[in-house]
Design a protein around this ligand. Structure first.
Ligand code: ATP
Ligand code: ZN
Length: 575
């Protein structure tokens, strides 16, 4: 949604006399010169001192895999750019956030690294203001509404929330102070119109750490002639009529886009950050500018050590990324009407997080069938362990060996730039070998059984999928949820039946319930001794259903029931 150009569009738009040099593209295309350009880029990266995680990750700062070194042992500071909240989130967003959620889960649960993650919510921006004007609703209300929707969508996709969401509008004084310090440090200037710009020339060739832009740019954001250099970008924008504004030393206005992230990330993590993430469209200008601002503010050589960028989600056959601005999107809410969160996660897991991904019915089918194979395997293995499925003798040693090899391959794949397709290949191969061993027989008398090895395989696979956020038992739960209407009717019938039995028991002369209603309450009466066991059975049923979350209340001759929030709470001893 941003007024930014992608790297490809940048490269395409270069004019022959332009001195801009997009090294990331050149590294791939021009072998002879690329070595120099790339090694220059690499030279600029300062290998962080600290704790080696044993993981290698592709770092956009060097355009190659680097060992992931953290400043503090077992802790990764992680900042991510969140959404601009003016509309429903779409599958492009889902893809980026689910992919990074998977990476964070791997770091935390497989490699024991505590990920300290902060995400910004861009709640003031041109698009939000425009939407507010169109809808005649305050832009602040628009932002809150869609922020809530975003959070609900993330929850529905089982994306673990960051430890803090930070709103731009709640950090304006910090942003103003941040800009003031950049000006004091000699890296920004004000204009007569109340705008503040970052002075890219003041940092020389350091501008372009991510995409290696050098020289006078004619591709920067427009600045109405007030900019010293076309690459300079706005830190503070003077407000226009009808726009929300905040007071500042430069007059009424609001922050530029890039400065929000630099300020908020620095306010939490200070002058050093381990990992910064976002979609690849954010690399330039957004992350490039974040780097320039932070290093100018902190007067440091390297603020963020690793920049991780996820590839775009496209609709199959389209070269354009799915995007709100292009109106070629499927909302997360619509998607979840047809598919589950588990299926989307599988869809993400089957490609590397950095690659572009095509969304289509075929790719979703692939995800669904992988999930179905895993589920079927879980069920047949459980049946075998429980003795419901009788099979030919199993080559135990072979399976133990396959399990050990899978564990090694999965870990090695994930330590190599979070290669989830490789890890999933290893898992599915283990499923295949295990399935081959489960050859059913009709009569199993005397046949040796090997439940322990299947138990080990089952628990490894289900734990591993759980680490990635795929709950293989979830299918049962959603199935149970689908059948909740049926269960409701069953409980209704059960309670009605119990009620009739109870009324019969308490009726002195076998009178009808209608007669009883007219008379005194049956609860005050004593059952005839021969009917006492029936009353005890009714009481027992009420008591037994309570810990299961069904609370029956006897009210005269009728009984009502409800599902309790706390299934195990049986404090209520309503008669
Ligand atoms: N199609 C996509 N594929 C992958 N990631 C995406 C896609 N679209 C957006 N993202 C990522 O989602 C995050 C939030 O995006 P943001 O709300 O800032 O703008 P946007 O969705 O790109 O806007 P628009 O859809 O209007 O182009 C960013 O990290 C962005 O890179
Ligand atoms: Zn950002």
């Amino acid at each position: 949604m941003r007024p930014c150009l992608t790297l490809v569009r940048y490269a395409n738009s270069l004019r022959p006399n332009c001195r801009l040099n997009v090294s990331s593209e050149l590294c791939r295309t021009r072998k002879a010169t690329s070595r120099t350009v790339c090694s220059e880029t690499r030279k600029r990266w300062i290998k962080p001192a600290g704790f080696d995680t044993g993981i290698k990750t592709f770092n956009s700062l060097t355009k190659q895999k680097e060992p992931l070194l953290l400043a503090r042992e077992g802790i990764a500071t992680w900042y991510s750019c969140g959404p601009t909240v003016y509309d429903d989130s779409h599958l492009g967003h889902a893809c980026s956030y689910v992919r990074f959620d998977i990476l964070q889960r791997i770091l935390t649960r497989l490699f024991g690294i505590n990920v300290t993650h902060v995400m910004v919510i861009t709640d003031i921006d041109d698009k939000i203001i425009k939407r507010g004007l169109e809808e005649n609703i305050s832009p602040f209300v628009i932002a809150r509404m869609y922020e809530e929707e975003f959070k609900k969508d993330m929850l529905a996709l089982k994306v673990l929330p960051p430890f803090a969401y930070m709103r731009v509008t709640e950090n304006i004084p910090g942003i103003v102070a941040f800009i003031e310090r950049i000006i004091r440090n000699g890296h920004a200037y004000t204009t007569g119109q109340g705008d503040v710009y970052f002075d890219t020339q003041s940092i020389g060739s350091r501008y372009g750490k991510l995409v290696n832009l050098s020289g006078a740019g004619e591709l920067g954001e427009p600045g109405g002639g007030a900019k010293k250099d076309l690459r300079d970008f706005v830190l503070w924008k003077a407000s226009k009529p009808l726009e929300p504004y905040w007071e500042s030393p430069w007059g009424r206005g609001r922050p530029g886009w890039h400065i929000e992230c630099s300020t908020i990330a620095s306010s939490v993590f200070g002058s050093q950050l381990d990992i910064h993430s976002g979609g690849i469209d954010l690399a330039f200008p957004h992350h490039e500018n974040e780097i320039a601002q932070c290093e100018a503010y902190h007067k440091c050589d390297q603020w963020g050590n690793y920049f991780l960028h996820s590839g775009h989600l496209h609709l199959k056959g389209s070269t354009e990324k799915m995007s709100k601005s292009l109106r070629n999107y499927i909302t997360i809410k619509d998607f979840l009407k047809s598919y589950t969160a588990n299926e989307f996660r599988l869809f993400c897991l089957l490609t590397k997080y950095r690659s572009a991904i095509d969304y289509s019915a075929a790719s979703m089918n692939e995800a669904q069938s992988t999930l179905a194979s895993l589920s079927a395997f879980m069920h047949s293995t459980q049946a075998y362990i429980q003795g419901h499925l009788q099979c030919q003798p199993v080559q135990e040693a072979f399976l133990w060996e396959r399990l050990a090899a899978t564990r090694t391959n999965v870990r090695a794949g994930l330590a190599d730039d979070f290669d989830t397709p490789k890890a999933m290949d290893a898992i599915m191969s283990l499923v295949h070998h295990s399935n081959c061993q489960l050859q059913p027989v009709s009569k199993a008398d005397g046949i040796s059984r090997s439940p322990a090895v299947f138990g080990a395989v089952l628990s490894y696979i289900s734990n591993f999928m759980d680490v990635l956020g795929v709950d293989l038992l979830d299918r049962k739960e959603s199935h149970a949820a689908d059948s909740s209407g049926v269960l409701h009717n069953v409980v209704e019938q059960l309670v009605r039946f119990r009620s009739e039995v109870r009324n019969f028991t308490l009726s002195v002369e076998d009178r009808s319930p209608q007669d009883l209603q007219a008379s005194a309450s049956p609860q005050r009466q004593k059952p005839r001794p021969d009917r006492a066991p029936l009353l005890q059975a009714c009481d027992a049923l009420r008591k037994d259903l309570m810990p299961l979350g069904v609370q029956i209340r006897d009210r005269g001759t009728t009984s009502t029931w409800e599902i309790t929030q706390q299934p195990r709470d049986n404090r209520d001893k309503d008669s």
